[in-house]
Design a binder for this molecule. Structure first.
Ligand code: SF4
Length: 71
């Protein structure tokens, strides 16, 4: 696990990270900005093809875009 123990979102409202469609992601992204394991988190999400929620400060759509650029 490692990085997940240092995940800042674990100390906040987890629901903010899985907003309903069209819901605000602003609060989650704000938390990610101050998270020390942000890059680990984002990498994990990309590797595991996480579909839902905010990971590493990026929404599903933003991760898809990022992936397209990398591949
Ligand atoms: S980057 Fe965001 S989603 Fe990832 S562990 Fe940190 S606070 Fe949680």
């Amino acid at each position: 696990m490692g990085w997940q123990e240092r995940a800042l979102c674990a100390q906040t409202d987890p629901e903010a990270f899985f907003p309903e469609k069209g819901g605000s992601t602003r609060e989650a992204k704000r938390v990610c900005t101050g998270c020390e394991v942000r890059s680990e988190c984002l990498e994990y999400a990309l590797e595991n093809d996480e579909r839902f929620g905010i990971w590493g400060g990026l929404s599903e759509r933003e991760r898809r875009k990022l992936k397209k650029r990398v591949v």
